[in-house]
Design a protein around this ligand. Structure first.
Ligand code: NDP
Ligand code: 2IT
Length: 450
């Protein structure tokens, strides 16, 4: 019987699920990649002979450890933390740390796996990793967050280094947490090196790192729109989330003439038909970055509608940017977006759309930018931060922004090379997965059996 790609995917996935029980997010991320690269693998049997996909779905190692810390009332807490070092085939491990109660080994394996492909796409020498803890920063004082970060670094410092593994931020980990983590690393290691990225500007951070994921995602979106002769000016956009990625996606969308009418957090979303820009965006940034409040307060302050427990995908828009978390946009949400005439969906978050939602977008041939291409600007500027640290120099804001734009454009070109169908439609999921895979796979082939 001839081997069909879908039968091969099913066979491969059966083994993967058996080897990794109870890890649905990891299965989902691998299935998407296996589904889109299998025809390419069957056409290039050298990768199959060397069992590259099997090797790339087995992390190099997973470090799990206990983090014990004391809250302000003196109570003792024990959390679990991980660092999933997925692949260092093309550079030192690189990827964020997530602090959220929903963090499990499955979530970090999905994120680490995707990071391998994303980092490859940036063209920079970075391997893939992810880490974090089920620690819930919500409602914790600054002192509690600091003590948690210090306790976590007491173990993590043994496993990281500027040439081995360079963590950064993700959900629940921003400049403040990176500062606490870096301060503790320095005390323990007695070394000032680029061991973390996303650092403050006064201690080795890069200009534009804070903005990079959101800005980069919008630059990528511009590249998507250009392929159809469209521009952002005058378009209406819905954005989910109100954290690091969402805030700077909202800012850049506004700068380029789009009107952003929604933002959200895990409690609900706000609909502001006047647009979240200018003074309103400034207020939202202060709410989320400084006061650490809830999105409902925005609706109270600006007298607009708040939808508790809901997601923004029913609001009519031309552009949708999910920027909160995984699986926040399902097939019903995709149907409402499509029904309302959405032109482009650009994923600022990692795996925010479910497999069936992605299928619906691609089936309708709208512009769909998958997270591992669209949100690669964050880790790309982390890579530029590593370069600046290694050279002991600091580039200007203009220089970094210019490089970020160039990297996003190159990622777009790579996706087009591997993702263009016979009718000219670009399947960016396939393009990103094949282009990301090829570089890492060729490195593994060159290393022999390792
Ligand atoms: P933040 O912690 O700054 O913000 C996360 C936002 O998403 C908050 O608004 C948060 O709401 C919301 N959110 C988190 N978890 C959930 C949930 N389970 N359900 C609904 N809403 C939720 O994180 P980032 O902005 O850094 O990250 C957002 C996404 O972007 C993640 O998928 C991350 O992996 C991805 N990403 C981040 C990069 C970075 O450089 N930071 C780079 C590339 C991708 P609340 O405050 O209520 O929890
Ligand atoms: O998902 C991601 O790409 C990130 N959280 C950023 C990782 C990094 O090392 O900057």
């Amino acid at each position: 019987m001839p081997v069909t790609p879908s039968a091969e995917v099913d066979r491969f996935m059966a083994g993967l699920v058996r080897r990794n029980p109870g890890e649905p997010e990891f299965h989902q991320a691998v299935r998407e990649v296996a589904h889109s690269i299998m025809p390419f693998l069957l056409a290039n049997p050298r990768y199959l002979r060397a069992r590259i996909l099997v090797r790339l779905t087995e992390p190099d190692r997973i470090i799990t450890f206990r983090v014990v810390w004391q809250d302000d009332a003196g109570r003792v807490h024990a959390n679990r933390a991980w660092r999933v070092q997925f692949s260092n085939a093309i550079g030192p491990y690189k990827g964020g740390l997530r602090f959220h109660p929903s963090v499990t080994q499955s979530v970090l394996k999905f994120l680490g796996f995707e990071q391998v492909f994303k980092n490859s796409l940036t063209g920079l020498p970075m391997g893939g990793a992810k880490g974090g803890s089920n620690f819930d920063p919500r409602g914790k004082s600054e002192g509690e967050v600091m003590r948690f970060c210090q306790a976590m670094m007491r173990e993590l410092h043994r496993h990281i280094g500027e040439d081995t593994d360079v963590p950064a931020g993700d959900i629940g980990v921003g400049t403040r947490e990176i500062g606490f983590l870096f301060g503790q690393y320095m005390r323990l290691a007695n070394r000032f090196t680029g061991v973390l990225t996303g650092k403050g500007l006064s201690f080795g951070g890069s200009h534009v790192r804070t903005e990079a994921t959101g800005y980069g995602a919008v630059y990528f979106l511009q590249n998507l729109l250009e392929t159809r002769g469209l521009e952002l000016q005058g378009m209406t956009a819905t954005v989910s989330g109100s954290g690091n990625v969402a805030l700077y996606a909202i800012e850049k969308l506004g700068q380029l003439g789009a009107k952003v009418v929604t933002a959200s957090d895990s409690s609900g979303f706000v609909h502001d038909p006047d647009g979240i820009s200018g003074e309103r965006l400034k207020w939202l940034k202060d709410l989320k970055e400084v006061r650490r409040g809830r999105i409902s307060e925005y609706a109270e302050h600006f007298k607009c509608q708040y939808f508790p427990g809901k997601r923004p995908w029913n609001v009519p828009c031309e552009i949708a940017m999910p920027c909160a978390t995984q699986n926040e946009l399902d097939v019903d949400d995709a149907a409402s977006l499509l029904g309302n005439g959405v032109i482009a969906v650009a994923e600022g978050a990692n795996m925010p759309s479910t497999f069936r939602a992605v299928d619906a977008f691609i089936g309708q041939k709208i512009l769909f930018g998958p997270g591992k291409a669209t949100n690669a600007g964050g880790v790309a500027v982390s890579g530029l931060e590593q370069s600046q640290n290694a050279l002991r120099i600091s580039w200007t804001r203009q220089e970094v922004d210019h490089r970020l734009k160039g990297i996003m454009r190159e990622i777009h070109e790579k996706c087009c090379i591997d993702g263009t169908d016979a009718d000219g439609f670009v399947n960016y999921v396939r393009g990103a997965n094949i282009a990301g895979f090829r570089k890492v796979a060729d490195a593994l082939l060159a290393y022999g059996i390792v």
